[in-house]
Design a binder for this molecule. Sequence first.
Ligand code: FES
Length: 138
Amino acid sequence: MAQRHVVLPLAELPAGESRIVTVRGREIALFNLAGEVFALINRCPHEGAPLGLGLRVGLSESEKPGCYTHSRPGELVRCPWHGWEFDIRTGQSWCEPAKLKAKSFTASIEPGATVVKGPYVAESLPVSIEAHYVVVEL
Ligand code: FES
């Protein structure tokens, strides 16, 4: 059964940034998309590069040569080794969406007052009721 892990004060994951944490022995890449948090396994499904170190990019699409649209700024992560791109919201690959996906985990932002009541796992993280925290289910 998945446990809810308090992994990081939200103040350490500002909007537009990424962090890598270890939960139950697994490296997890955390992303803050304009105030929403998402968690992917920190291992690219191609050859294992750390996705949490990848460049954040937007979606570029083209219906015909010379015409491009750009959307969803910062919502994809580009693998630092070979450049494959993954949707941070779902882990879905954009080069092989039917077959490739980076494993994703449920992540949320919880107020400290909720976190201190539990049930959560906050191994070595001191918790303050005034702060907000990133929680990952794993
Ligand atoms: S290891 Fe990620 S694209 Fe190759």
